[in-house]
Design a protein around this ligand. Sequence first.
Ligand SMILES: [Zn+2]
Length: 1082
Amino acid sequence: MDRAILHRSLSCAPLACTKLLSCSSHRLVRRLPSLSYLPRQQHRLLQNLHNRSFLGTRLKPSISSLSVPSLNLKRHFSLPARAVASPLKDPSPEALGADDEVAEKLGFEKVSDQFLDECKSRAILYKHKKTGAEIMSVSNNDENKVFGIVFRTPPKDSTGIPHILEHSVLCGSRKYPLKEPFVELLKGSLHTFLNAFTYPDRTCYPVASTNTKDFYNLVDVYLDAVFFPKCVEDSQTFQQEGWHYELNDPTEDITYKGVVFNEMKGVYSQPDNILGRTTQQALFPDNTYGVDSGGDPQVIPKLTFEEFKDFHSKFYHPSNARIWFYGDDDSNERLRILSEYLDMFEASSAPHESRIKPQKLFAKPTRVIEKYPAAEGDDLEKKNMVCLNWLLDDKPLDLETELALGFLDHLMLGTPASPLRKILLESRLGEAIVGGGIEDELLQPNFSIGLKGVSKEDIQKVEELIISTLKTLAEEGFDSDAVEASMNTIEFSLRENNTGSFPRGLALMLRSIGKWVYDMDPFEPLKYQKPLMALKARIAEEGSKSVFAPLIEKYILNNTHLVTVEMQPDPEKDSRDEALEKEALNKIKASMTEEDLAELTRATQELRLKQETPDSPEALKVVPCLSLNDIPKEPISIPIEIGDINGVKVLKHDLFTNDVLYAEVVFDMSLVKQELLPLVPLFCQSLMEMGTKDMDFVQLNQLIGRKTGGISVYPLTSSVRGKENPCSHIVVRGKAMSNRTEDLFNLVNCILQDVQFTDQKRFKQFVSQSKARMENRLRGSGHSVAAARMDAKLNVAGWISEQMGGVSYLEFLRSLEEKIDQDWDGISSSLEEIRRSLLSRNRCLVNLTTDGNNLSKSEKYISKFLDLLPTSATPLESVSWNGRLSANHEAIIVPTQVNYVGKAANLYDVGYELKGSAYVISKYISNTWLWDRVRVSGGAYGGFCDFDTHSGVFSFLSYRDPNLLKTLDVYDATSDFLRELEMDNDTLTKAIIGTIGDVDSYQLPDAKGYSSMLRHLLGVTEDERKLRREEILTTSLKDFKEFAGVIEAVKDKGVVVAVASPDDVEAAHKERPNFFQTRKGL
Ligand SMILES: [Zn+2]
């Protein structure tokens, strides 16, 4: 329940997201493994999974609200420095680890046994003697246990085999012969992580849980799935997840359907993704990276079931597997579980066949020009992208060099103050940065940097500017404050080891696998301390210039393996692609006899029938599940002490944080005038990035980097249940080592009070970056845009958020861009006015998370900070917000090949009173009804519902959906589904346990303190939490049936918002004239 709030609040924190993502979108795009499903709880937060690497976002979701190091950095340093969440307890980890005799008896040979000081873990590498499978068994005191199995799966073409297989193996196996055991686990386990990823050269299956019994259940289901999946015998799974011809009636046209097919159509609709793919393929024309492991929608239909099966039997083999265990469970048990599976196989030649061959370096640079789909009538001249990409070496780099390059990357691009990033943006040659800097996820690393929103005639200027800036950096070196700031940021992040909601053991695994998968030492990437210290010493001794200049020269400036990618907007691309697809399908149809057509119609129906027939209760029973007795009856409690300092309310959470202080200062926003709300995100960005009278923004940012672990500022808005007025605040979030508390609060004060809103040029950059980001979001995560839009029609809090992060915001930015030059004074004084209506000691709250000793030590600094805040002597004119968008159905038209379809209504408006069962029911609807109808048979990548218990808004949403009106019909039939629902006790129990898993989601201490603060702001009491938990635990079938009547409101009174392609909207209008009001999004 609290998670929903958190996500809601983050989704309206666009500023914080940009900072972290803007310099990395390109890398992310390329490296981002395809995920098996879009986690429901994250749909609002994760704007577009395919657009972000989990190594970026997923590793540090908490980061989206905290401006700490760049993603690059994280990739080099994402290792636990110490187990922050759980201080070390007995027995000491040295004592952990399987005993050698047991291992030997079970058929494993110990290869290496090391103690990793960096993560206070004992790690043992084993080899399974019979098959050669390798196992890393990491033992420590972390209760958030992780398992992962990884296969090397290099594709030979772009049919997407590895990706389709990744989806398909989770659809039933030998021991678990039901439709989708994976979904059963999603529904009914306490997992803290459950998904699967496809990389360009490998496929990973990770799970995590804090409950040992649950953990082993998950492990067994995953092992059985990868080694003995049903999909290799059953072509219908391949059709469903991959592709098939669909023909509902012989008189209609044939279409392509398939989950991966549509998922990838969505991916290929996004310019940033196209850029990433084009770049990878151009950099590596001669090896496996020259094709797309995710699948090119134009090539996917070439894939046959035979090829699919062969790929599985070749590569999903123990000899080709690397297996990871991590946590506080019994390490003998790990080997016992594994031997049961591995012993069934003989050694194979797969490791030889799956080896990745390096790409040879080019003798001279090349250039690639690619088109991307754009909307008609845009100012296309200014919509080009250009990106320079270097393949750094013809072999993998050693750890020292990689570390130094990671550091260099952070220096050049890591923060808004970093020179390469700053110079590119200030040049005004483009709107936003593309290219993620150093990328070392594949066998050979590369470096990419460029701009988007570039005029045709400026393309060459961008290229020249990049080269000349790099030359200057090589000649002049870096400012010593900048070097110190980067070093501190890196060290802080290592010490803090904050992987957000992403399990630490998984972050570690991905880091290790990055080398291990290429037959290199899996321990080495986990031992960063020595090389980091050595680098630090070298910089101190020789100076940063002599360390970094040779790297820039050797790997970039003097490197001839340079690929320049130019991307041009093409308003006809989508329709051309569509026409090609249609033509191909028409040809197929014309070649078919009447019998063929009848057969295809029959097969289509048969597949649909199979998809829509639920598993029998007997079949479902085989998936292991916990019982209600395994579930704690009480909600997780977070220590909170409500006190006051100088008359200001202070919330204190006494938690072990490894000496880090986490602080939020929250200001009530309700005195900000309604018409100024759309300026708030830019106001927040200005605070961080405009500089003061004495310090320009570069100095300010360096100071933040040197003294703290990061500061960020963003708005937070939500409805409050039972209250007219929304909760709306601006949050200043920061963290520092406890001995830097004074510095942290001085800096927060400086940001709030001393920053001057005078830099018109920088403000202009903020606007164009925000615009570029919003446009990207509209294409890539239309579902979150649609959700925000529906909310804005249904409640004031939603309206505010939409003004600051939805279509309205985009429209505002477009008009603002024109206004800046005419009325800068007006804008500047509006920013001042926001500050005046915000900054007041009487209207703020402080939230602190750290251990008790640090809490008391911090008091005097907070008191000093609060003293410096103005008190509003004369109350400002009170303001009332009454914004709401009109409640008509809307279609937001964007150039895309897939749709995002939403429908929502406010259940409190029709008299529904919140009960805990609503959480169980909405999760159940998502995981059964919507999963089956919108995803499995509808062919969309995702379909889910979301109940905002604060506002009462219940929304249905789909993601990368080939349908539009048909999806709405599914939504409307939900109440019938509930009414007719039959459910045995096991299914109900599973639904309840799964819901508890969401409610009890694993949190690191900073997230705990933050959640507790949100509850305080939103008036969620401990008594209420207890009550809701009881209601969840006692949910009955009767509750489901009753909810059917409530949810009818969405069908009857709901508003519809679809972010959709022009063709699909036109087709919908033919079927239901004037159903939508249309609005051009892009
Ligand atoms: Zn996928």
